[in-house]
Design a protein around this ligand. Structure first.
Ligand code: DX5
Ligand code: ZN
Length: 226
């Protein structure tokens, strides 16, 4: 099986018990923790900042102590100052929306200069053109399959075509770049998303909306193996 990663979004976790939720979802098999940062400006919702990230960092490890990457998805404008704070707060990967940055190349370099992996995020109606100019510098492409701002929305099918295009660009670059998809991922569509070329899957409501996180993650993995 390909080197797939499942990244539960704690946006749909119980915020009153976040540390425990992170621990439980890791024990259930999460590969990464997806951390959705919303600023009530770039998107019409407000979540959490770097202080919550550093509070959760000690919980982001497997029972044997192996660290689990914190995958920060910035839905904020401007980007650079908060990206630096998230790097200091223990983020492993930091992705941002090119529309929200005045200088996309500079934002990528700013993230990398802090020792984090950098990603760019594409909304459902945003073309992939900016990749022409940053693909040699990034570690991750995140394709939104819903409009950013809320969990629990339905997968937008046109994302599949964009995932295929992104996969072609990654292959042409010859670089080791992760292709992550975010929004409306469920057990019953994850295999289609993988066939289009994705290797990393964010899932919020599908996992945290079911009391048995392990059952959901296991069924996603079986669908991927299938
Ligand atoms: C939306 C967020 C997603 C969201 C995914 O702006 O970026 O990560 O939490 O949630 P589901 O899996 O419920 O669509
Ligand atoms: Zn996200």
């Amino acid at each position: 099986m390909k080197n797939y990663r499942i990244a539960p979004s704690i946006l749909s976790a119980d915020f009153a018990r976040l540390g425990e939720e992170v621990k439980n979802v890791i024990q259930a098999g999460a590969d990464w923790i997806h951390f959705d940062v919303m600023d009530n400006h770039y998107v019409p919702n407000l979540t959490f900042g770097p202080m919550i990230c550093s509070a959760l960092k000690p919980h982001a490890k497997k029972p044997d102590g192996t660290p689990v990457p914190i995958d920060v998805h910035l839905m904020v404008q401007p980007v650079d100052a908060l990206a630096a704070s998230f790097a200091d707060a223990g983020a492993s990967l930091i992705s941002f929306h090119p529309e929200a940055s005045g200088h996309v190349h500079r934002s990528v370099q700013a993230i990398k200069s802090k020792g984090c992996q950098a990603g760019v995020v594409f909304n459902p109606a945003t073309p992939l053109d900016v990749l022409d100019w940053v693909i040699d510098d990034i570690d991750l492409i995140l394709i939104m399959s819903v409009n950013p701002g809320f969990g629990g929305q339905s997968f937008i099918d046109s994302a599949l075509r964009k995932i295929e295009q992104a996969r072609k660009r990654i292959e042409a670059s010859g670089k080791d770049i992760r292709l992550e998809v975010d929004g409306g991922i469920k057990t019953d569509n994850i295999a289609r998303v993988a066939s289009a070329g994705a290797d990393t899957f964010v899932a919020g409501s599908a996992i945290f909306g079911n009391p048995d996180y392990k059952a959901v993650i296991d069924s996603m993995r079986s669908a991927l193996a299938g």
